[in-house]
Design a protein around this ligand. Structure first.
Ligand code: PMP
Length: 354
C-alpha cells in the first residue's frame, strides 16, 4: 500500500530514481559489479563524482570561484568543521532563528569566540530590511540557517544581509533561486531535497579557504585538494545525489521546484487559514516556511485525532518535532501534485467533520 510521505527527512525519492537505483544495485551499467561495490578510486566513480558536481553547478548556478565538496558526518559535523576552519582572528556571528542555528552556535562556542543574534520569527523581516547594520559591522561571517526545519521558519531573502554568510541550507536547498554574492559557504545534508542520508554537500568560496594545522578530516584545504577523495566517500549517497540532480534538471531545475513549493505551501496555508477556529500557525507570513508547515491545534484532542486519522489514511511523517509538538507537514521537492491533492483532501474532510 502506497504511503504518502510528508516527513521532515529523510524523505521520499521520486519513483523513477528508485527504479534506476534498483537496476544499478544489481549491476552498475555493464560493469559486472553493483553500484554498492564499485571502488571510489575507479574511473566509473570518478565519472559519477564529476557529473554530480556538474549537475549541482547547473542546478544552483554556482559561480566558478566556488569548490564543491562531499563529506560525511551530516550537517551536524559542519558545526565543528566550519568553526575549526575559520581563523581565530576573524569575527563571526551566529544568527539564531530556531533549534538548528542554536545548536550550531553552541558548537561554534566550544571551538572559537562567536557572537549571536537571536531573532523571533516576527523580527526577521525587520532585521533583513535594516540589517541591524551597526551590530554586524566588522563581522567577517554570519552563520544563518535558511530554513529552521523544526519551527518552520525560513529566510529566503538572506541576500539582503550585507556580510559574508555561512548558510545551513539542509532543509531548503534547491527549492528557490538566490544570488551567490554574499555567500561564502553553503552546506546541506542531502537527505531532504537532494537524496539520502550519508553525504553532505559543501559549496565553498575560494577566499574562505585558509591553510591551517587541523587534523585531516577537519582540514578544509586538504579535503578540497583531494576533491572529496581524501578518504572513502559515501559512494552510494553521492550516486543518488547524481540521480536526484539529474531528475531536478529534467523537471525544469530550481525554477520549477520553486514554483511547485509556492503552489503547494500556499494551498496548505490557505486551507489552514480557513480553520483558525481550530488551529494556530505560530509563524508569521513573511517567514513561513514553504518546506515545513507547522501548526498547532487549540484543542490537543483534535491534534491526536488528526495524527491518528492521517496514519489510517496512509499519510506519514506529520507529527511535530518532539521538542515543540503540534503538526509539521513537510513539502520537499519530491512531493508531487498527486500527493499534495491527497493531503488536501484528507485535511479538508478532517476539518469539515469537526
Ligand atoms: N540543520 C538543519 C536545518 C536540519 O534540518 C538538520 C536535520 N534535520 C540538521 C542541521 C542536522 O542534520 P544532520 O542530521 O545531517 O546532521
Amino acid at each position: 500500500m502506497k504511503k504518502y510521505n510528508f516527513s521532515p527527512g529523510p524523505t521520499s525519492l521520486d519513483r523513477s530514481i528508485l527504479e534506476i537505483a534498483e537496476q544499478n544495485i544489481i549491476e552498475y551499467g555493464n560493469t559486472g559489479v553493483s553500484i554498492l561495490e564499485i571502488s571510489h578510486r575507479s574511473d566509473n566513480f570518478q565519472e559519477i563524482l564529476n557529473h554530480t558536481k556538474e549537475n549541482l553547478t547547473k542546478l544552483l548556478n554556482i559561480p566558478s570561484n566556488y569548490k564543491i565538496l562531499f563529506l560525511q558526518g551530516g550537517a551536524t559535523f559542519h558545526n565543528t568543521f566550519i568553526a575549526s576552519n575559520i581563523n581565530k582572528t576573524k569575527l563571526t556571528t551566529n544568527l539564531i532563528t530556531g533549534t538548528w542555528g542554536k545548536k550550531t552556535y553552541e558548537d561554534f562556542l566550544k571551538i572559537r569566540n562567536t557572537n549571536n543574534i537571536s531573532l523571533k520569527n516576527e523580527q526577521i523581516e525587520e532585521y533583513l530590511s535594516n540589517n541591524l547594520g551597526e551590530n554586524n559591522e566588522g563581522v567577517d561571517y554570519i552563520h544563518v540557517t535558511s530554513n529552521e526545519t523544526i519551527e518552520g521558519i525560513q529566510i529566503r531573502e538572506f541576500n539582503k544581509i550585507k556580510n559574508n554568510l555561512i548558510i545551513d541550507s539542509s532543509s531548503d536547498i534547491g527549492s528557490y533561486e538566490f544570488e551567490w554574492n554574499n555567500v561564502a559557504y553553503l552546506y546541506a545534508g542531502a537527505q531532504k531535497n537532494l537524496g539520502i542520508p550519508g553525504v553532505t554537500i559543501s559549496i565553498v568560496r575560494e577566499d574562505f579557504i585558509e591553510e591551517n594545522e587541523n587534523p585531516i578530516y577537519l582540514n578544509l584545504t586538504k579535503l578540497i585538494a583531494k576533491d572529496s577523495l581524501l578518504n572513502t566517500p559515501p559512494t552510494f549517497a553521492i550516486y543518488i545525489l547524481k540521480l536526484v540532480t539529474e531528475w531536478m534538471l529534467n523537471a525544469g531545475g530550481v525554477k520549477f521546484f520553486e514554483q511547485q513549493s509556492i503552489d503547494h505551501s500556499s494551498k496548505v496555508y490557505s486551507l489552514l487559514s480557513k480553520y483558525t477556529e481550530y488551529v494556530d500557525i505560530p509563524v508569521e507570513n513573511y517567514t513561513r516556511s514553504r518546506m515545513n508547515i507547522v501548526f498547532n491545534f487549540k484543542d490537543k484532542t483534535y491534534e491526536d485525532l488528526f495524527i491518528e486519522e492521517s496514519i489510517k489514511n496512509n499519510i506519514i511523517g506529520i507529527k511535530g518535532h518532539r521538542s515543540v509538538g503540534g503538526i509539521r507537514i513537510s513539502l520537499y521537492n519530491s512531493v508531487d501534485k498527486q500527493s499534495l491533492k491527497f493531503l488536501l483532501e484528507f485535511m479538508n474532510s478532517f476539518f469539515e467533520k469537526l
